[in-house]
Structure formats: structure tokens, C-alpha cells
Design a protein around this ligand. Structure first.
Ligand code: SIN
Length: 541
């Protein structure tokens, strides 16, 4: 089996991974850095981000106000120290991204600021309605110019390579299934490194309808959990209130910035839905808006509600939201003339792999940044456009930390090198229908673990998902891995963790709403946590 040796291995090619890699080489120009990414380099959640990056840049704004909005949204579970650090770095983050070549939208020479749900002022920096795509473009370009960042595409991680001794686990790299496009073959390779940074994005592919790219199958969380790291707050899955309702088509996000620019949510019979629901009306925090729509859909049996911005000037709409305008038009809705049919859709995991502000996990040599990580920034409900900001701050800290402690991390790796025993996989004959099993999983999650939950429905989901997990693990142990099987394995793992975290939290807080425990409880004013215990010395490949 081929072994590759690097100084730093990055898994994932969204903003968190790319920014980390660039910062590492700026601090240590001789570093050997690998970015391992599942599909094409631009297939990431960052790439799909329409809204933007929240940062305090106007005279009417202040750090205190941004911090307050974040804490108010987070349902009592944000870590205020973390929030303060991230928010106070906001203006610098925007400057640094501009330094890497990101072109944000401007208005009279200054950055154009928009507004989204939960923000009390205009503070979202954006690049039209394709902010993530622009960030990805610039950072990928900077990576390819760096000369020492090697990109491995079509490469899915099987597991972390870890050694565990006396309760201390060390990560020495990753095992990777690589798809060789030239001869259509697949091969397992080992990427060995004293530092592994997970920036694998989110997990919303556990739901039938979600705004995420296809890569968002919870890989980083699942592999870190298998290696014994702590996972926190996975019950807080954010449903974006407005994805376009277009049956049979891929889910398409309608940015909250549409409401930020005056769009209003309406019932099919023309009632303004948010009028009475919250003082911020259409710009209320996402959990409130998504639940209001969910209730309307259940009460009226309607298939969707409406989002109307057609009262605004049509040239303004086309100029400000060119991508949304063109895509809706393709699906048959001219947003300058008529309201958009919308439904809530799974969008963002507020929980994840527990890290500190340097991205450090409990496993030595293992770091994480971006949606995969849980730093304490988002609490029970993420404030819109805070996630790209958090990713950049944590990736920058992680680069500083891993470069300055590189020699020590190298020593841990050498002292804990493991003899890798790869399971002798049988012939590649699949015993299960992976597609069907995955469809059962997403149906169960959508029907039983959605916006409004109950203990009974969660228990029923757990029973179904546990059985799918057993079948999947048996399959993984007995057949050669495929991309589809690896993703299914990760999906069933994170689905089970979401349900178990949800069952633990017997209250309603932020994004986790339980009909049988509708009130917030002081007893649960803390993060949920799940850790798989690994008791004996072991090697996981
Ligand atoms: C949006 O544009 O509505 C998404 C922004 C976000 O999720 O932060």
C-alpha cells in the first residue's frame, strides 16, 4: 500500500481548509501540505454560500452589538469568550480575504453591507449572491500559486490513523480511498502526517431535502467519533427557512438576504406570516422563522409558503440577486413579478467535533475547523453568516498553533507510530443495496427527526437507524470499501448521534424543539456530548 508523507494534511477544500493551508505556508514556506478532497476541489459548502460574512464594519454597528445578536440567537449555549474573539476578528478577516484576492460587492467604493435574520443592523459582507463561490475561487487560486500545496481530488478518507495508549490518542494521518480517473481504478493510500486538520463541512445529507452539496455526509464527525473524540450539540440542526419549492429538482437555497432586502414571507392566502411571530418579523432568528413556516404547512396542509420581493424595483432585484433570479426563472418563477414558493430545508450543523479556538481536538495531532467543528460559537442556533467568519478565525489560529508546535507534534507521531493492520477485505461484492439503504436513512431522518420532534418519534428513528448502522458496519467489515459505502457508513453514524443527542436534551432550546418538552430547562443549559470509548491500545485504519 502506498504511503505518502506530509507535514500537514488537510481534509476538505472549503474556506476552512484552504485558508488553513494558505496560512501554514505563509508561516512555514518549506511546509509540505496536502489537501485531500472528496470530489472536485470546488465541491464544498463554502461554494454554495450565498449570503456572506458577518463583520462589524459600519459606524452604526459595534462589536458589542454583534456579540449580543450572536448570543441572543444561540439560546444560552454560546461560549461568550469564543464569540467575542471571533467577532472582534471580523474586520481583519475581511481584509485578509481581500488580500487573497476575494472581490466583495462594493457600493460607492465601500463594502456593500446587507442584513440577514437575527442581525440588528446591516453587517453582512457579500459578493453578489454567490459569496462562497467567489471566496472559493480566490482561495483555490492562491493555493495553486503557492507551489507547495498539493491537491488530491476524488479522494475519500476511510478513517483517521490513530494510536491509543493509556487514554491518550494520537492521530498520525488518514487512510484514503483514491479514485484514479485515468484507469477507473480505486486504491487505498496512507497519508501520514504529524498534523491532520479536518475541514470536511457539514452533515445535512442525512436529510432528504437539504441545501448542502453532495459531499456533506458528516465524514469528519463520524471518523473523529470512531477514533474516540468528543462530539457535541449535534441535536442542533439548522433548517434554513427558505429553499425553493420545486418538486423533482435539486434543492435551491433562497438566501436570507432576500428578506434582508425587503422580501416577506406569506401564506398561500396572502397573510404575512412573520407579522405576529417575532419583533424582528421576517428577520427573526432562523429557528423561529422555520418553525413558523412548519406550523403553517401543518395547519393548512399546504405544500409550501411564499416569499415575495416583487414589490422591489426589478432592476435592483436582478442586480442584487442575479443567481437567484436566473435559477428561479429556470424553474418557472419570475421573482421580479411573483412570489417564490418556498419550504424549510436542512442547512447547517451547529454542533460537531469539539475543539478549542485553535481548532485543537482531544486527539493529539488532530485539528478541525469550519462546520465540522464545535467551538462554542453557534450555541443552539447559529446567527446567519457567522460560520465563514468563525472558520477563518479558527483556521488562522490553528495554523499558528500547528506551525509553532510542529516539532512537538512530530515527536508525538514518531513515538506513537502504529503498525497498520488493514483488514483483508473480501472481494468487492456488495450484500446491501447502498442507494436503498441511504434512502431509508434520509426518509427516517426527515420524517422523525425534523424541525419539531418528540421523544416517541426520536425513539422510533433510533431503532430504525441503529439497524441500518449494524447492516452498514457488517458490510464495511466484509467488503472492499467504495465511495458510496464510506459515505453511507458516515451518514448512519452521524444520524445516530443526532438522535441520541436529541433524546438526551429533554427540553426545547434553539433549533431543538420537542413537543413533549416545549419549554427551556435550566437543567439542560449545557452542551450535549457523545464520545465513543476506546479502552485498549488500538490502531484504526
Ligand atoms: C443565506 O444566504 O441565507 C445563508 C447564509 C448562512 O447560512 O449563513
Amino acid at each position: 500500500m502506498r504511503e505518502r508523507h506530509f507535514d500537514f494534511v488537510v481534509v476538505g477544500s472549503g474556506i476552512a481548509g484552504l485558508f488553513y493551508a494558505l496560512e501554514v505556508v505563509s508561516l512555514k514556506p518549506d511546509a509540505k501540505v496536502a489537501i485531500v478532497t472528496k470530489k472536485s476541489a470546488a465541491e464544498s459548502s463554502t461554494n454554495r454560500a450565498q449570503g456572506g460574512i458577518a463583520a462589524v464594519l459600519s459606524k452604526t454597528d459595534s462589536f458589542e452589538l454583534h456579540i449580543k445578536d450572536t448570543l441572543d440567537c444561540g439560546g444560552g449555549l454560546c461560549d461568550e469568550k469564543v464569540v467575542r474573539q471571533v467577532v472582534e476578528h471580523g474586520p481583519r478577516v475581511i481584509d485578509e480575504l481581500i488580500g487573497y484576492g476575494v472581490k466583495f460587492s462594493r457600493h460607492d467604493d465601500s463594502l456593500d453591507l446587507t442584513r440577514e435574520g437575527g442581525h440588528s443592523v446591516q453587517r453582512v459582507v457579500h459578493a453578489g449572491d454567490l459569496t462562497g463561490k467567489e471566496i472559493d475561487r480566490a482561495l483555490l487560486n492562491a493555493c495553486s500559486l503557492s507551489g507547495c500545496i498539493e491537491m488530491f481530488k476524488n479522494s475519500i478518507v476511510l478513517d483517521l490513523i490513530t494510536a491509543s495508549d493509556d487514554g491518550k490518542t494520537v492521530c498520525s494521518g488518514i487512510s484514503v480511498l483514491r479514485d484514479n480517473a485515468s484507469d477507473n481504478s480505486e486504491e487505498i493510500e496512507l497519508f501520514l502526517s504529524p498534523v491532520t486538520l479536518l475541514s470536511t463541512g457539514g452533515l445535512c445529507q442525512v436529510y432528504q431535502h437539504n441545501t448542502n452539496p453532495s459531499i456533506a455526509t458528516g465524514d469528519g464527525i463520524a471518523m473523529a467519533y470512531r477514533a474516540g473524540a468528543s462530539i457535541a450539540n449535534l441535536e442542533f440542526v439548522q433548517f434554513h427557512p427558505t429553499a425553493m419549492y420545486a418538486p423533482g429538482q435539486a434543492t435551491f437555497l433562497i438566501s436570507e438576504a432576500v428578506r434582508g432586502e425587503g422580501g416577506r414571507l406569506m401564506s398561500l392566502d396572502g397573510r404575512y406570516l412573520m407579522e405576529e411571530a417575532h419583533q424582528l418579523k421576517d428577520l427573526a432568528p432562523r429557528d423561529v422563522v422555520a418553525r413558523t413556516i412548519d406550523k403553517e404547512l401543518k395547519d393548512t396542509q399546504a405544500e409550501h409558503v411564499l416569499l415575495d420581493i416583487s414589490h422591489k424595483d426589478s432592476e435592483f432585484i436582478k442586480g442584487r440577486f442575479p443567481h437567484i433570479y436566473a435559477t428561479c426563472l429556470k424553474y418557472g418563477t419570475d421573482i421580479t413579478k411573483e412570489p417564490i414558493p418556498v419550504v424549510p430545508s436542512a442547512h447547517y450543523a451547529c454542533g460537531g467535533l469539539k475543539t478549542d479556538m485553535d481548532g485543537q481536538t482531544e486527539i493529539r495531532g488532530l485539528f478541525a475547523s469550519g462546520e465540522v467543528a464545535m467551538t462554542g460559537m453557534h450555541g443552539a442556533n447559529r446567527l446567519a453568516s457567522n460560520s465563514l467568519l468563525e472558520a477563518v478565525v479558527v483556521s488562522k489560529n490553528a495554523a499558528l498553533k500547528t506551525v509553532s508546535e510542529f516539532e512537538k507534534l512530530k515527536e508525538y507521531q514518531i513515538n506513537n507510530s502504529v503498525t497498520l493492520e488493514l483488514i483483508d477485505k473480501k472481494a468487492k461484492v456488495s450484500n446491501i443495496n447502498i442507494e436503498k439503504t441511504r434512502a431509508q436513512l434520509t426518509k427516517t431522518m426527515s420524517e422523525l427527526v425534523g424541525i419539531v420532534r418528540s421523544e416517541k418519534r426520536l425513539l422510533s428513528a433510533l431503532e430504525k437507524i441503529e439497524s441500518l448502522r449494524q447492516i452498514t458496519e457488517q458490510e464495511y467489515a466484509s467488503t472492499a470499501p467504495s465511495y458510496e459505502l464510506v459515505e453511507l457508513r458516515n451518514l448512519v453514524t452521524v444520524a445516530e448521534l443526532i438522535i441520541k443527542s436529541g433524546l438526551w436534551r429533554k427540553e426545547s432550546r434553539g433549533l431543538h424543539f420537542m413537543e413533549d418538552y416545549p419549554a427551556e430547562s435550566k437543567k439542560f443549559a449545557l452542551d450535549s456530548g457523545l464520545t465513543r470509548r476506546i479502552s485498549k491500545r488500538s490502531a484504526l485504519v
